[in-house]
Design a protein around this ligand. Structure first.
Ligand code: NCD
Length: 307
């Protein structure tokens, strides 16, 4: 499959997601070597353009690019000429003029990665645009489910929490549904999107009821930085209704998995002890994220280069 950007998970479809999964297997093998590095992207340059905070996504893209022998450049918005009033377009054209092959972008506004892709020739990877999409998170989550449950097709996945403000939820629903999973959204009405028309999901407001019949419970953080009004009476009430506590874990099938994209707010959407259970895959998701991002960079920049 030939793609020049990864903006939405819809750019890949089921076939493209499967291709990334297969490539990821190769890069998991590379990552386990004593020297976990291949020359696939030697001579290519990847730059990060993060207008929003990140720990996992930025570092794992950096680790992925280095393991592929790409050169990397980090752009720190807080210490850049953005603070002197430079526009997004001028910033991007400036970076492109230095010779870059891929820009990994995170921005608070939905659609920014598409705008950037229309301005430049380099590949653009969406690392999170506002509430909209976060395709590499969806890919690493599909990979993690496939690894632990043998596949995504037919699996029942409950996504619980602040769906309304979550780009992870939007990309993951598209990816899980493309691969044939049954997705249930579980949230109080105020934390659901205003319209779910066209979403391939069912909705529940009763977490206890859903837990007994799901293979994966996928928790989301309250995106308080995106809330402009009071959508919840208190966090305590949210936790009482929707938090994954030790009592609620007992309602799960013994093989059911707990996932979370991070950062976790322990004691809110997930209790501290549940976060540390063997069935909680939070750390494995991060580990898989490096190999998945190697696969994405390779697909966009390195196809044709032997591994
Ligand atoms: C998420 C994000 O930034 O969209 N984090 C991540 O990339 N793993 C989720 C979040 O911030 O809650």
């Amino acid at each position: 499959m030939t793609v020049s950007h990864l903006l939405s998970i819809a750019d890949l479809g089921a076939e493209g997601i499967d291709e990334v999964m297969g490539l990821t297997d190769s890069f998991v093998e590379v990552s386990a070597r004593p020297i976990p590095r291949v020359p696939a992207l030697r001579g290519k340059t990847v730059v990060w353009l993060f207008y929003e905070d990140s720990t996992r996504t930025r570092l794992s893209f950096e680790q992925a690019a280095k393991r592929l022998s790409a050169d990397t450049m980090n752009f720190n918005v807080a210490t850049s000429s953005v603070r002197k009033g430079e526009s997004l377009r001028d910033t991007v054209l400036t970076i492109e003029a230095m010779g870059v092959d891929a820009i990994v972008v995170r921005h608070a506004s939905a659609g920014v990665p598409w705008q950037i892709a229309s301005w430049i020739g380099a590949s653009v990877i969406n690392a999170g645009d506002g509430w909209h999409e976060h395709p590499t998170q969806a890919l690493l989550d599909c990979y993690t489910i496939r690894k632990h449950l043998g596949g995504v097709s037919g699996r029942r996945v409950a996504i619980v929490g602040d769906i309304r403000h979550s780009r992870v939820a939007r990309s993951n629903v598209l990816a899980f549904a493309a691969l044939g999973a049954e997705v249930t959204l579980v949230a109080p009405p105020t934390l659901l999107p205003p319209s779910l028309t066209g979403w391939p999901v069912t909705v529940s407001h009763d977490l206890d009821d859903v837990l007994g019949r799901c293979d994966v419970v996928y928790l989301l953080r309250m995106q308080r930085e995106r809330m402009t009004e009071a959508l919840l009476p208190t966090l305590r009430e949210y936790t009482a209704g929707y938090g994954l506590t030790a009592r609620r874990v007992d309602l799960l099938d013994e093989k059911a998995l707990v996932m979370h994209p991070g950062p976790m707010n322990r004691g809110v959407e997930i209790s501290a002890e549940v976060a540390d259970l063997p069935r909680s895959l939070v750390v494995d998701q991060v580990r898989n994220g490096v190999a998945v991002r190697m696969a994405v960079l390779y697909l966009l920049l390195g196809s044709g280069v032997a591994l």
